[in-house]
Design a protein around this ligand. Structure first.
Ligand code: GGG
Length: 358
């Protein structure tokens, strides 16, 4: 099979973890005789430096002629004081909006050999196999007005807006996913305070009539945050709005041992998608060869499965990652001393590639 992939390494540790992921992609392509044509583009701070914009037209064009997008990370202190429209994060938000990638799937499951790496108790972590479905193109991240107001900019405004259709499409996506899994859906909101959440609940209740086999519960976001730390095994599919999903998935990453383990897929209704690690650009370790490449590598597996229908290829990557972890190799974020072997970004990626080639 022949596929074209837009590769946007971005900033900070993005390029390092992307290098490892591309080696993995090549190894899978060679094994299965697929032709993965990759073309690199700019996004985030790197794009600001090159083109003066965090999402240049060249990048949008590249993505339009591709079958999927792989993205590393965006952001860094050197761009923090730029005007809002030029900040690296605007590139990421912009690409999600441009391609209507409204559903961000973030699976949370600890690899067996990492259960002890989680700060949570073993018996809490071992049952977890959940997926967070985060709405990605609405809510506080995009609502208008947004910015400073008042004669002296003494008021800061962010607006939380959701249109019915935006909630409907993410809720139905989550129900369909729940149908294929354990048929349990937790909808997370703040309906005791927010109007958008009240509408969210109404829409979930209405949609639920079309999926009678799916058991639905509503949960306030504060309760969900607490339950993720002491009863995460009760969740299967969790659907929530943009900001809550961002926060809850970082929290849930602790179940897997590290934020460096969490991949994600940003999808719409067709096969096209953007795949990126949940983690950001980690400027404190950028360029030091310390970053964990596994979330980026596992994002490649998600791309193969969701965008290209390559189930066997995706499983082969996940198995290779499992074997490397079982053999005791750990990047710094997973390393707590004791037995095992501490490795850096490149070595970890090469170990996965070795397993794929074996
Ligand atoms: N790979 C994800 C990344 O770069 N995240 C940085 C960031 O700005 N994220 C905002 C968001 O995901 O909403």
């Amino acid at each position: 099979m022949k596929k074209k992939i837009a590769v946007l390494p971005g900033d900070g540790i993005g390029p390092e973890v992307m290098d490892g992921a591309l080696k993995v992609l090549k190894a899978v392509g060679d094994w299965f005789n697929h032709e993965f044509e990759v073309e690199k583009g700019y996004i985030g701070g790197a794009a600001v430096d090159q083109f003066g914009s965090p999402l240049p037209a060249e990048t949008i064009e590249l993505c339009k002629k591709s079958d999927a997008i792989l993205l590393g990370a965006v952001g860094g202190p050197q761009w923090e004081n730029l005007p809002k429209e030029q900040r690296p994060e605007k590139g990421l938000l912009g690409i999600r909006k441009e391609f209507e990638l409204f559903a961000n799937l973030r699976p949370v499951k600890a690899f067996d050999s990492l259960i002890s790496a989680s700060p949570l108790k073993k018996e809490i972590v071992e049952d977890v196999d959940m997926i967070i479905v985060r709405e990605l193109t609405g809510g506080l991240y995009f609502g208008q007005p947004s910015g400073r107001q008042g004669a002296e900019d003494e008021v800061a405004v962010d607006t939380l807006v959701y249109e019915k259709s935006e909630i409907e499409r993410i809720v139905h996506k989550a129900f369909r996913l729940a149908q294929k899994r354990k048929k349990r859906l937790t909808s997370v909101d703040k309906a005791n305070v927010l109007e958008t959440s009240r509408m969210w609940r109404e829409i979930v209740n209405e949609a639920a009539k079309e999926y009678p086999e799916v058991e639905v519960e509503h949960m306030l976001v504060d309760v969900a945050a607490m339950k993720l730390m002491y009863q995460p095994g009760q969740f299967d599919v969790m659907v929530t709005e943009n900001m809550f999903g961002d926060i809850l998935s970082d929290e849930a990453s602790m179940i897997t041992g590290s934020l460096g383990m969490l991949p994600s897929a940003s999808l719409r209704e067709d096969a096209f998608g953007l795949y990126e690690p949940v983690h950001g650009s980690a400027p404190d370790i950028a360029g030091k060869g310390k970053a964990n490449p596994l979330a980026m590598i596992l994002s490649v597996a998600m791309m193969l499965r969701h965008s290209f229908g390559m189930q066997e290829e995706a499983e082969m990557i996940e198995m290779a990652v499992q074997e490397v972890l079982n053999a005791g190799f750990r990047t710094g974020d997973l390393w707590s001393g004791g037995r095992g072997t501490a490795v850096g970004t490149e070595a970890m990626s090469d170990l996965v590639v070795e397993r794929l080639e074996a």
